[in-house]
Design a protein around this ligand. Structure first.
Ligand SMILES: NC(=O)c1ccc[n+]([C@@H]2O[C@H](COP(=O)([O-])OP(=O)(O)OC[C@H]3O[C@@H](n4cnc5c(N)ncnc54)[C@H](OP(=O)(O)O)[C@@H]3O)[C@@H](O)[C@H]2O)c1
Length: 217
């Protein structure tokens, strides 16, 4: 957490350094499974502006978003967000890689993409900096699964919907206890319903979307 003096510095309009921000989000015990969720909402509850969450945030939100990725063992995201926001080859930058290795972490945290349909492009996943996980269900089509297995490790967690309790357990078991979820709304709703969110980093954007962005919630 930021100290009282850091908060006063912030209130005075000065910027916290990356190290101060990272320290304020530091993880107490990396061996204990923990799911940190990051979410942005307009003041009237929309999850997007003009189709993406990025439109709701500021440069400062973008900065924190990147630093939170730096702290993660694995980044969890729903397939809807991957498709809508065009998640591709999302590598941590050189400074982040240097920070991670100096702090005993892998260079790049893998992504874990949650999908029942497996409507994901193998060529997109092949471009990720680290081989991703795809987390799916027992009922997923074997053909769709086979298409992805060359480029991703497919984990089955749940029957017709991914059970996020199983997801958390499966990733921790593979050596990735610190989960960072980037949403989107459907996956986040399941995580809340299943009680797996340990920490929420919530940004309230000072925007009124008038119901338009809410259609994606
Ligand atoms: N405000 C924010 O912080 C925020 C964050 C991220 C994204 N977004 C925005 O949200 C919009 C997308 O919304 P969304 O609700 O579709 O996002 P989402 O939760 O990322 O994607 C939904 C899809 O993810 C898969 N999925 C999620 N939970 C699942 C579960 N328990 N079991 C199996 N599959 C599961 C399914 O994929 P399949 O269809 O492949 O089965 C489902 O159709 C985008 O416009 C994006 O920009 C906002």
């Amino acid at each position: 957490m930021a100290t009282a003096s850091e908060i006063r510095t912030l209130a005075a309009g000065a910027k916290l350094s990356d190290e101060q921000l990272l320290a304020s989000y530091a993880i107490a015990d990396r061996s204990v499974p923990w799911l940190r969720a990051n979410f942005v909402s307009s003041i009237d509850g929309a999850a997007t502006h003009e189709g993406t969450s990025g439109g709701l945030g500021t440069d400062s939100d973008g900065r924190v978003f990147a630093l939170l990725r730096r702290l993660a063992d694995v980044i969890v995201v729903g397939a809807g967000t991957v498709r809508q926001e065009g998640y591709r080859n999302l590598a941590i930058d050189d400074e982040g890689v240097a920070w991670r290795t100096a702090n005993g972490l892998s260079e790049q945290p893998p992504f874990a993409i949650v999908s029942a349909s497996l409507r994901l492009e193998p060529s997109d996943l092949a471009g990720y900096a680290t081989r991703p996980f795809v987390v799916t269900t027992e009922r997923a089509s074997p053909q769709a699964r086979a298409r992805l297995e060359d480029v991703a490790e497919v984990i089955v967690a749940g029957d017709s919907n991914v059970d996020t309790v199983e997801l958390k357990h499966a990733l921790a078991e593979r050596g990735y206890p610190q989960l960072h979820s980037e949403g989107g709304p459907t996956l986040f709703a399941t995580m809340i319903a299943q009680g797996v969110v340990d920490e929420l980093c919530l940004t309230i954007s000072p925007r009124l979307e008038g119901g338009l962005g809410s259609s994606n919630r």
